[in-house]
Write a protein that binds this ligand. Structure first.
Ligand SMILES: Nc1ncnc2c1ncn2[C@@H]1O[C@H](COP(=O)(O)OP(=O)(O)OP(=O)(O)O)[C@@H](O)[C@H]1O
Length: 871
């Protein structure tokens, strides 16, 4: 921390800025370095692996310091921001030479934060969303923006769970709140790695298009977000598009767990894209297309009309292979128009970016004509809307050289014949150099000094240099001596000085004129940003649709039919990712059928037989259908789903401190409470996370609840074979099993889904496949045999479904026998001899419960409470 001793003026200035940005690393420009001091230096040197030193000036002695070279700053900023920190960059605002001994003027020129970092090439295919959240009238407002593409959206959600979900689905790294935002909601967000940035004062003076937002609360949320962007970015935000309201319910909903369980974007094991649905579907040719595909996958549609529209275009790309390939060839040459537009608005665009913009625009007329040639009405009406933005193309074409330098201040950017004045300057400087060469030859000739040179330095400009050995040949009447070196003398002549001023003036002026012209060109393009964004939008949609066609063709997908009512029929469906990964067509296709009587498919079968794969296959097929892609099947008729709920695999939520079983129950609860008839529920072995009887009882109660109250299409896999007997009691439940057979004591997986329950579990066979020691396997075999013979086993399996089945599905005609229900749930409980007080209480409570109005989760909670009491 700052020392008590008096600071040097520079450190005083530093501390002044640091005070304004206490939560950011302040990178403070000193000469050719950006320096950090005090705590920033200590922490920064660790994160960035820099050497920590201390300032040596007497008054500053002991101040920790570390620095990075100015030209390498971007990489260091990226590292800090990747680690979840903010960075404020404090630049020199004047040339130190002009400061004339006073403190150099400095100022913070940008603040980079995890949500606002732009231009990271590693993230070209990703959106980086910054979010803002507000709360009013018990609801939450949520706005998000991608600063590099200019997208701004806003919505409101009813509760904290939905808010967290939406933030996680957006994968936001940073969220802005006002100082008044209730603290209690923020801890959870911090725990899941979101940086919270507080902003107390809203900006007032800016123009932004709020016209498409209807609710005042949403306007407030967007205002908070825009204010933060203005505060941190300190430059034009003209490229931000009009904010759009959206409702989460106008898409097929999937919470964050479902997205990650189904491996849409990240492989659960590797955390990478490989092996995901996005990986499979992404045959896009542009970064914009890839980002859009990801957005479509995160928000599948529920409008049949829009889906038909997408399907038709996919079909057109499928039917016209040659046009599609040349469309792809041209698309490959289209750069990231969205981000280029962002850079134009930001003023960070350089000559090379403009050439990229030009090259991209150059492809558009070709793209249009190829697509119009196909002659499909749907596609044509789409393509006709494409604005080629020809004026921008022409402007860049006539003004910017084909291979411009990175810097925009050093000249060499602007073409000949673009500006008359510039041509004159360039001519003068070009001719001047020619003239100098001629002069050198002439002087060498006249003086006879062969090694006579013409040079230049900043102090006295152009000079003639003669080596000491030749000094006697110097024509003293024409040459004026300017400088003496050890081995040479330097001279000037009136002729040289006259040309010098012309050459220098031309060079200096041409550079600044070039910059000025470049700035003008940039502003002219900036005025057309909306048109470039609109073009980017159409091209990225077409890119995604052609990508669907490529994948659908390669893997033989079909257009799904959307049907009304509670039915689904998939013939020979496949899991698209497993199919791709498995070699030589070894994937076994399977049908999925729900008729109007069925809501639950109860899936049994040995471990490793393919139960999870079968269930995920349906979920992925539904998602693919609802983004407008074709699906992996021979034919598919599906309803439009409103929500997919999943409970797959073991996921501990260590952050919130929940156990696997707790997460399992929370996810089950979410589905039971929120699913509708139009939802899809995938429950993979619900109940396995707890003791067998509890688990089985719960699984059964959940199935019955879905059948009776929810009626969503449900796939439920289980190893509790006893549950298969439910088919005779629940008209909406059908058993299917994944087939396996035993050959010479070895298990053969057939991966074929057949009607009816599985007859055997084969758990020990799978353990053998996994290579467990022979001793363990033999011993397990003996234990199993014993269990199968024992009466307990049969009693349990019979009793377990009977009484519990009666509770939720009990028809009013059949009175519930509570005693029996209680006893049979805990069959190992010894018969009660004497009823204690505690037991009396439990019985009383049980008698007082209206079981018809108790949810399965509440039921298990009650059971837990009672059991605890009795213990
Ligand atoms: N239809 C299929 N065709 C070919 N291979 C399949 C098929 N279904 C599954 N498999 C293969 O079998 C493996 C195991 O499948 P899956 O994980 O779905 O089994 P499971 O029955 O859910 O197992 P467990 O009960 O142990 O969770 C998969 O990784 C896949 O390689």
């Amino acid at each position: 921390m700052p020392q008590k001793t008096k600071e040097t003026p520079m450190m005083e200035q530093y501390l002044e800025y640091k005070k304004q940005y206490p939560d950011a690393f302040l990178l403070y420009r000193v000469g050719d370095f950006y320096e950090m001091f005090y705590d920033d230096a200590v922490k920064g040197s660790q994160i960035l692996e820099l050497t920590l030193t201390s300032r040596n000036k007497k008054a500053d002695e002991g101040i920790p310091m570390c620095g990075v070279p100015h030209h390498a700053i971007e990489g260091y900023i990226d590292t800090l921001v990747d680690n979840g920190y903010k960075v404020a960059v404090c630049d020199q605002l004047e040339n130190p030479a002009d400061a004339q001994g006073k403190m150099v003027k400095r100022g913070v020129t940008r603040v980079v934060t995890p949500g606002t970092i732009m231009d990271k090439s590693s993230q070209a295919k990703e959106n980086n969303y910054i979010t803002a959240i507000t709360t009013a009238k018990g609801k939450f407002g949520l706005a998000y923006a991608d600063l590099s593409t200019g997208e701004v959206k806003v919505t409101s959600v009813d509760n904290q769970l939905d808010l967290t979900n939406e933030l996680q689905n957006l994968d936001t790294k940073e969220t802005v709140v006002s100082g008044k935002f209730p603290q209690k909601y923020l801890d959870r967000l911090r725990k899941i790695g979101i940086l919270i940035s507080k902003l107390d004062e809203l900006e007032e003076n800016y123009s932004f298009d709020f016209s498409q937002i209807t609710s005042d609360d949403e306007v407030s949320t967007v205002k908070l977000l825009i204010s933060y962007l203005i505060k941190t970015q300190m430059r034009s935000l003209d490229h931000l598009k009009a904010a759009q309201s959206y409702e989460t319910s106008s898409y097929l909903l999937m919470d964050h767990n479902a997205q990650s369980n189904l491996e849409l974007f990240k492989n659960i094991r590797t955390n990478k894209k490989s092996g995901t649905l996005l990986w499979l579907l992404d045959e896009t040719k542009t970064a914009m297309g890839s980002r859009l595909l990801k957005q479509w996958l995160a928000r599948p549609l529920i409008s049949v009309e829009k889906l038909h529209q997408r399907q038709k275009l996919v079909q057109v790309f499928l039917d016209n292979y040659f046009q599609r390939s040349s469309f792809q060839d041209y698309l490959t040459k289209v750069y990231d128009l969205e981000r280029l537009a962002g850079r134009v608005a930001y003023g960070t665009v350089n000559g090379r970016d403009l050439i990229q913009l030009k090259t991209s625009l150059e492809q558009v007329p070709e793209i249009k004509s190829i697509l119009l040639d196909i002659g499909d009405d749907n596609l044509t009406s789409y393509v006709e809307k494409i604005d080629e933005v020809k004026d921008v193309y022409e402007l860049i074409d006539k003004s910017i050289v084909e291979e411009p330098p990175i810097s925009v201040t050093g000249g060499g950017l602007i073409k000949d014949n673009y500006d008359e004045q510039l041509d004159k300057y360039l001519d003068a400087s070009k001719n001047g150099k020619q003239w100098l060469a001629t002069l050198k030859a002439k002087e060498q000739d006249e003086t006879g000094i062969n090694n006579l040179k013409i040079g230049y330095n900043k102090v006295f400009g152009y000079y003639i240099e003669v080596s000491r050995a030749n000094i006697d040949k110097v024509p003293e009447d024409r040459y004026t001596r300017k400088q003496t070196l050890v081995n040479a003398e330097r001279y000037i002549t009136p002729e040289l000085k006259e040309k010098e001023s012309l050459i220098l003036e031309a060079e200096e002026k041409s550079k600044s004129l070039e910059y000025h012209l470049f700035d003008q060109i940039r502003s002219k393009i900036k005025a057309q940003i909306r048109r470039i964004q609109a073009l980017a939008n159409i091209l990225s949609q077409l890119d995604v649709l052609q990508s669907f066609a490529v994948v659908s063709e390669e893997y033989h997908y079909v257009a799904p039919k959307f049907i009304e009512g509670h039915q689904l029929e998939i013939k020979n469906g496949r899991h698209p990712v497993v199919e791709k990964v498995l070699s030589n067509n070894s994937y076994i296709p399977n049908d999925v059928n729900f008729d109007d009587q069925t809501d639950i498919l109860l899936i049994t079968g040995p471990n490793m037989s393919g139960k999870s794969t079968y269930m995920r296959q349906l979920a992925l097929t539904v998602i693919m259908a609802q983004i407008g892609c074709f699906v992996p099947a021979e034919s598919a008729s599906l309803p439009i789903f409103d929500h997919i709920f999943t409970r797959i695999g073991a996921a501990d939520d260590l952050i919130s401190g929940d156990s696997t079983f707790m997460v399992e129950m929370r996810e089950a609860n979410d589905a039971l409470k929120n699913a509708t008839e139009n939802s899809l529920i995938i429950f993979d072995e619900i109940g396995r996370g707890t003791a067998t009887y509890d688990g089985m009882a719960l699984a059964q109660a959940i199935i019955e609840y879905i059948d009776k109250n929810v009626k969503a299409m449900t796939m439920f896999s289980t190893h509790y074979h006893e549950l298969t007997e439910l088919e005779s009691q629940l008209p909406g439940l059908r058993n299917v099993h994944v087939d396996a057979s035993e050959e010479n004591g070895d298990l053969v997986f057939l991966h074929k889904v057949l009607p009816g329950p599985a007859d055997k579990s084969y758990g020990i066979h799978v353990a053998k496949l996994a290579g467990l020691p022979e001793e363990v396997l033999t011993s397990a075999g003996k234990i199993l045999e014993g269990l199968e013979k024992s009466s307990i086993h049969t009693t349990v399996s019979e009793s377990i479904h009977e009484p519990v089945a009666k509770t939720p599905t009990q028809s009013p005609k059949e009175p519930v026998e509570e005693d029996e229900a209680q006893l049979s749930l805990f069959p190992e409980t010894k018969p009660v001899k004497k009823v204690s007080n505690k037991e009396n209480q439990v019985i009383k409570e049980l008698n007082g419960k209206d079981l018809m109005s108790v949810t399965p989760i509440e039921a298990i909670n009650l059971l837990y409470k009672w059991q605890k009491k009795l213990k």
